[in-house]
Write a new protein. Structure first.
Lengths: 213, 213
């Protein structure tokens, strides 16, 4: 399906305690309260769309609108909180070596590629990949919300409101560490949208540090 | 429930073909493809949180993330399109005399008032009011997404990402005209959040112009 995409040469080994999300794919994991999730950009300039659901009530989900409203800023980083649609804290951002992420745009999809890029090959995009990863939980594609787009660099012109998707500022090894504040189902991608990842379609790594582990 | 709120004096009659949404409340209506919905700020500086669902498949809903992405701007106005989560056009914005609306924040809720304003009286907010208006359609509060916040004035600092909720720029009689591109259930509020409406809690009017009517 991604035959037109040239997978970048992987020049470093995956750290032994990390799991790799292959280019243009997604994975889902479960976290308990107090667990930490470290999302890592191993090669630089890659984006990971991240969504989360209360594991005990999947109708509660990560909400960009709540998180932005309570922080009074678009770009969240160390010390900020990620809220659910029910205004409860899902994550503390406890470490962030990059400092620039987006929380305004929906995961790219087959239709995104058609509308923005004129693509016709029907790649599932982050939205389709997230839905596949979340299928075992009964979460369908219509319930994939605006993601916390880790390392995604979206500029805003404060005068006109124009936005632009720029190459991520993340360097190899940059990471963000999120501490779960409730039991969660989390899904993450290695992003499929060329604009978002400077047309390099790299992998994403992650590591889970279990509470007390 | 709103006993602490002083309802502003209504100084003009409701236009004969308009319906009034009382302060701090919401209403739901149905539109057919081609119908036009005119949302009017009759007294100025009031906000209306607007959400929409495909009437034939209520899992399809108005999506801020898609709309912003495809327009490449945060602030949408005449000539712009409002998309669903499935990347289909729900509305054309065919007229807009105000020119400033928000599409990044979730409707205010009981918890918003608690977290941002320190209120303890438990007002339902736009989220609760939208859910009440949508209850006949089986749409619960967890399915109220980020709204198209008509007349809401949210500034963004393009350097820091800081946002601020400012008084609306809308003058008495300002309005936005939306043409439905599919059969829709639409819910709208007269906003309950003090910051959004300059602490004046005014009504909102609307008018539906039926296709060919």
């Amino acid at each position: 399906m991604h035959s037109q995409r040239k997978e970048p040469r992987v020049t470093e080994a995956v750290a032994h305690d990390c799991t790799r999300i292959s280019p243009c794919s997604a994975q889902a994991i479960e976290l308990d309260e107090g667990d930490e999730l470290v999302v890592i950009d191993p090669q630089g300039q890659q984006v990971s769309d991240l969504v989360a659901y209360n594991r005990n009530d999947l109708d509660e989900y990560l909400s960009s609108g709540r998180s932005i409203d309570y922080a009074s800023k678009l770009w969240l980083t160390t010390g900020d909180l990620l809220y659910s649609n029910r205004s409860r804290v899902m994550f503390d951002i406890v470490e962030d070596t990059c400092g620039r992420h987006d929380f305004t745009l929906t995961p790219c999809s087959k239709d995104t590629f058609s509308i923005i890029y004129g693509e016709t090959e029907g790649r599932p995009g982050c939205e389709g990949n997230l839905a596949m990863a979340l299928a075992p939980y009964g979460i369908g594609v219509d319930r994939v919300p605006i993601a916390f787009n880790v390392f995604m660099n979206v500029s805003v012109d404060g005068d006109t409101g124009r936005i632009a998707v720029l190459p991520p500022t993340s360097k190899p090894g940059d990471h963000i560490r999120l501490r779960a504040r409730m039991p969660l189902v989390v899904a993450m991608t290695a992003c499929s949208a060329g604009q978002s990842n400077n047309f390099q379609y790299k992998p994403i790594d992650y590591r889970v540090v279990r509470k007390g582990g």
